[in-house]
Design a protein around this ligand. Structure first.
Ligand SMILES: O=C(O)CCC(=O)C(=O)O
Ligand SMILES: [Fe+2]
Length: 338
């Protein structure tokens, strides 16, 4: 293990993969069983892999391809859609080093080895098309014809999956219908295209940089689509500080719990730390490009992200106080842009 780096298990531990079609088109009993398994996996790992999730492989491949094509544009074109220097509005293109994720955890990894730990990634963030508070930023249509319309449609596809998964969690936790769904009907989620450029593997191995540093996601759930390069690691909930490599499987979407869901459920569902570093047993000197897409699903901006009454009892007092989702996200995002 390198100095200052947390341990990574070399043998990937069995990580659950379940078929969402069991909920979408199954009998009432299949649905119940699915929800119990889904919530069980989320309680254990904070993460789960879903297959047969209703988004066809061609659409996911096309989304990854748009990610490649966007990031292959010359920087001066990408900067037509530049993310502002400040955190809000969280829209548009961020160049490598603009966002500092290593600021995000309590035990900040930012100054490991006496210097800033950078993330070797560039990103493009997008919200709902008619969100007046945070307007999307696009390159010109002639720079990448078809990009905007595909991405706007993909955003809605992800929203639909988010709502289905919230229903599954409501059932799995035996909550009243709409407990979560009603809090997410105003869609303020964010879709992110990430490109991790090729780099020397040693830069990552030595701990001077990550593809993305340890962090938790902010919202309700995240839907993550990856190419086949690998490198995602999640913190083992039974041994904090130890990371489990997640080996990617074709056709899956990875789902993970975000901080708002942790707050609402009083830590019944925990927002697991994760990061992207080297693929398992990687011995090559160079690391190739990697592309992923994250849909950071969020509650409506005016929703309260305090612990819900359903999760409070004399033995489990509320861990999280009142705050609007908007104020919570601003506070978290401000840590990323310094
Ligand atoms: O690229 C990945 O696999 C993970 C990305 C991620 O965790 C994030 O953007 O929050
Ligand atoms: Fe993340």
């Amino acid at each position: 293990m390198n100095a200052g780096l947390t341990e990574v298990l070399t043998t990937p531990r069995a990580f659950p993969s379940i078929e969402l079609s069991r909920f979408i088109s199954g009998s009432h009993d299949d649905q119940k069983r699915f929800c119990t398994e889904f919530v069980g996996a989320l309680k254990t790992f904070g993460f789960v892999s879903l297959t047969r999730h209703g988004i066809d492989d061609v659409t996911v491949e096309e989304a990854i391809d748009w990610n490649r094509r966007f990031h292959a544009l010359p920087v001066d074109i990408k900067l037509k859609a530049a993310h502002p220097k400040v955190a809000i509005p969280h829209r548009g293109y961020c160049y490598v080093g603009q966002e500092v994720v290593s600021n995000l955890t309590e035990q900040s990894t930012r100054h490991r080895h006496g210097s800033t730990v950078v993330d070797i990634k560039e990103t493009f963030d997008q919200g709902l098309e008619d969100d007046q508070l945070c307007l999307n930023r696009w390159v010109d249509e002639s720079d990448l014809p078809g990009f905007r319309s595909f991405m706007e449609a993909f955003f809605h596809i992800c929203h639909a999956v988010h709502i289905v998964l919230l229903r599954c969690i409501e059932i799995g936790l035996e909550l009243k219908p709409d407990t979560f769904v009603s809090r997410c009907s105003a869609n303020t989620s964010e879709l992110r295209l990430t490109h991790y450029p090729a780099c020397d593997a040693e830069t990552i191995r030595s701990g001077k940089a990550n593809r993305i540093s340890e962090h938790t996601d902010f919202g309700t759930l995240t839907l993550l689509f990856q190419d086949n390069v690998g490198g995602l690691e999640i913190e083992d909930q039974t041994h904090h500080g130890t990371y489990l490599p997640i080996v990617e499987r074709r056709g899956e979407v990875i789902v993970n719990i975000g901080d708002c869901m942790q707050r609402w459920t009083n830590n019944v569902l925990v927002s697991t730390k994760h990061r992207v570093r080297l693929p398992v047993d990687y011995a090559e000197p160079r690391l190739g490009d990697r592309y992923s897409i994250a849909y950071f699903a969020k509650p409506g901006r005016d929703e309260n992200v305090a612990t819900l009454d359903e999760f409070i009892s004399p033995s489990f007092p509320a861990k999280y106080g009142a705050m609007t989702a908007w104020n919570y996200f601003q506070a978290r995002l401000n840590m990323l842009f310094v």
